[in-house]
Design a protein around this ligand. Structure first.
Ligand code: SF4
Ligand code: SF4
Length: 59
């Protein structure tokens, strides 16, 4: 599993960037992207931390 960001819902608050212990997310010139999905350990902390319910876990 890995996280996916809904571009429609994401408000670019960077909470997920700060929350993930494995630096899976990155701020790329203001766009929040799933930069290193292979490093995800499926802890789901990012999905729980997102204030806009923009992160889902999938294959
Ligand atoms: S925590 Fe949610 S709203 Fe904030 S940058 Fe991450 S995906 Fe976007
Ligand atoms: S599930 Fe955990 S390890 Fe994976 S991206 Fe989210 S916070 Fe990072």
């Amino acid at each position: 599993m890995r996280p996916y960001i809904s571009g429609d819902r994401c408000e670019k608050c960077k909470e997920c960037v700060d929350t993930c212990p494995y630096e899976v997310f990155a701020d790329m010139n203001g766009e929040i992207v799933v930069a290193r999905p292979e490093d995800c350990i499926e802890c789901t902390a990012c999905a729980e931390s997102c204030p806009h319910d923009a992160i889902s876990m999938g294959d």
